[in-house]
Design a protein around this ligand. Structure first.
Ligand code: UDP
Length: 328
């Protein structure tokens, strides 16, 4: 059985569904602080628990035959991490240490860790390869890097193997339309634009148009959540078979889109004009983050299938059908 922490969250719920569709048994632990029970496929076993609660965690490992872990549970708002670093160190670092303690004491030796391109900070090159210097510029990125280092150190000392997956900007929803991206509050660009186009917000704010990029707005590498989920499955299989261990992979498409370009794409897909308002830069935002995903393609055999059109149109379908997300 695969333990998925944070399996009620946006990315976690899509990975859970794909694992179940691929005949894995799945146990989800989530404290529902930002996730939604409704997002969890009912074929999974669901336990509402907090990774801060070591006793509860211990019980899970005794009760279920866990053979591997995918660890999503974390706080993941860059801006909030600058204002509330304590929350991020507690929710991201301490919980990871607790989880690893439970894994080691119950001899569960395999973990896939949700890391982030935020570990790179403000990279110098055009496209980021995994060996690029780590230099996070916000507490969120620091917590992810610290967890990566913990895994590296633990794997040398104990019976533990890991794969760190560094996500770029994840977007889109499940092709069935049953699950999609819903955060409350929503801060991410694509869902925020779509919610604006559906009338939830009167405008879409662009945080900074004076970056050193082609149109002055930040450039990001957007990856479809189902391509990301597929990469998790491939990484899990490789890790369980000991084909690939103790490695780090970027997960992005290798193509950058500016904030303005993303908004235009949302207008094109929806056929609705956005009302744009320019604001100051958001603290902690690097100008450009674009992945080289060659390593994941070459070593995991990953073949991403979806482009920005699919991301925005699957997200648009989800938001139109679920204007209140999982809350109704
Ligand atoms: N962004 C924006 N307006 C919004 C939300 C996001 O201009 O309402 C910008 C943000 O400053 C960043 C990019 O869009 O440059 C992607 O932000 P998001 O929060 O989606 O992801 P992040 O890159 O922070 O993980």
């Amino acid at each position: 059985m695969i333990l998925v922490t944070g399996g009620a969250g946006y990315i976690g719920s899509h990975v859970v569904k794909l694992l179940l569709d691929s005949n894995f048994e799945v146990l989800v632990i989530d404290n529902l602080s930002t996730g939604f029970k409704k997002a969890v496929d009912n074929r999974a076993i669901f336990v509402e628990a907090d990774l801060g609660n070591k006793e509860e965690l211990d019980k899970m490992f005794i009760k279920f035959n866990i053979t591997g872990v995918i660890h999503f549970a974390a706080s993941a708002y860059v801006g909030e991490s600058v204002l509330k670093p304590q929350k991020y160190y507690k929710n991201n670092v301490i919980t990871t240490i607790n989880l690893l303690e439970a894994m080691l004491s119950h001899k569960v030796e395999k973990i896939i860790f949700s890391s982030s391109c935020a570990v790179y900070g403000n990279p110098t090159g055009q496209v980021i390869i995994e060996t690029e210097k780590n230099n996070p510029i916000n507490p969120y990125g620091h917590t992810k890097l610290i967890c990566e280092k913990i895994l590296e150190n633990y794997s040398r000392a104990y019976n533990l193997t890991y794969i760190n997956l560094r996500y770029f900007n994840v977007a889109g929803g499940h092709p069935t339309g049953v699950i999609g991206e819903y955060h409350n509050p929503e801060t991410h660009l694509i869902p925020r634009v779509l919610e604006h186009l559906l009338g939830k917000y009167k405008d879409i704010r662009i945080f900074g148009n004076d970056y050193p990029t082609k149109d002055g707005t930040c450039i990001r590498d957007y990856i479809h959540v189902m391509d990301l989920a597929e990469a998790h499955k491939l990484a899990l299989v490789a890790l369980l078979k000991n084909h690939t261990i103790n490695e780090v992979f970027n997960l992005g498409i290798g193509k950058g889109y500016s904030v303005k370009e993303v908004i235009s794409k949302c207008e094109e897909v929806s056929g609705i004009k956005a009302n744009i308002r320019y604001e100051n830069r958001r603290i902690g935002d690097p100008a450009m983050l674009v992945a080289s995903a060659d390593k994941a393609k070459n070593e995991l055999g990953w073949v991403p299938k979806y482009d920005i059109n699919h991301m925005v149109s699957s997200a648009w379908k989800w938001h139109q059908n679920n204007p209140n997300g999982y809350t109704t």
